[in-house]
Design a protein around this ligand. Structure first.
Ligand SMILES: [Mg+2]
Length: 248
């Protein structure tokens, strides 16, 4: 590797201090928080017209098979008659979003909001030497819950990719800290679809190439394929030093 490339190679931090905070079933949770009569009931938020799509399904609706991005008609058929079907109220959601984000801003200035209910935060400065990261994470999660009244999940890792997957693993309403020594176990067995940027189309193409798990990404020679998104997925996969992968 040339000296120039070495200088630009990413260096991972030593501790899992990158946080990803994500509200659970956000739109539906706001509706249930504002209207107690909706609590414990299936709630579908999204387009209600003939071509409407579910934006968020509450956990009660998910228990019946409803999912976000599903046609609303199908979700309604899956859910019981007591289901509330609501159009989104973005003004209300923005106010709750600000309260969730405030919990992060209380501990760090380094907050990167990536959607209405999701943000990364750098907790490295907030976590002094000897800090129990699990405790810190629990504190931030509890504060976001306290300020917003909504269930939120928090993931910690030493990269954004791991932090985001960790918050997903922590749902609903939990905390997951993935320490550097646990990254391989946490990541390698995951389906490649779990990786950020791998959607249904990429996943199908990867499947044809025999790449089904994150572990296979590093182990195979498939990145020499002429299919260009392969290189992007490969770059994501080699963002951490894992068995069978080499930093290039
Ligand atoms: Mg969310």
């Amino acid at each position: 590797m040339s000296p120039d490339r070495v200088l630009r190679a990413p260096v991972l931090r030593a501790r899992a201090t990158v946080a990803h905070l994500d509200a659970d079933a956000f739109f539906a949770s706001v509706e249930q928080h504002q209207r107690p009569s909706l609590r414990g009931r299936p709630v579908l938020v999204g387009g209600v017209g003939p071509r409407g799509v579910v934006a968020t399904a509450s956990y009660e609706a998910r228990a019946h098979g409803a999912r976000s991005a599903m046609p609303m008609e199908l979700a309604r058929r899956l859910c019981p008659p007591s289901t509330a079907v609501l159009v989104p109220r973005f003004d209300a959601y923005a106010a709750y979003s600000a309260r969730i984000m405030a919990a992060l801003h209380e501990v760090t200035d380094l907050v990167e909001q990536i959607s209405i209910d999701e943000a990364f935060a750098d907790l490295d400065a907030a976590a002094g030497p000897g800090t129990d990261l699990e405790e810190l994470a629990q504190g931030v999660r509890a504060r976001a819950r306290e300020l917003s009244g909504l269930p939120v999940s928090l993931g910690l890792g030493r990269s954004k990719l791991v932090a985001k997957l960790a918050s997903e693993a922590a749902k609903p309403g939990g905390v997951r800290v993935v320490r550097p020594e646990d990254e391989d176990v946490f990541l390698l067995a995951m389906p490649v679809r779990a990786l950020w940027g791998v959607g249904p189309v990429s996943a199908a193409r990867l499947d044809e190439l025999g790449v089904r798990t994150v572990a296979t990404c590093g182990a195979s020679r498939w990145t020499r394929s002429s299919w260009s998104p392969a290189r992007r997925v490969a770059r994501t996969c080699i963002g951490w030093p894992a068995a069978g992968t080499t930093a290039r």
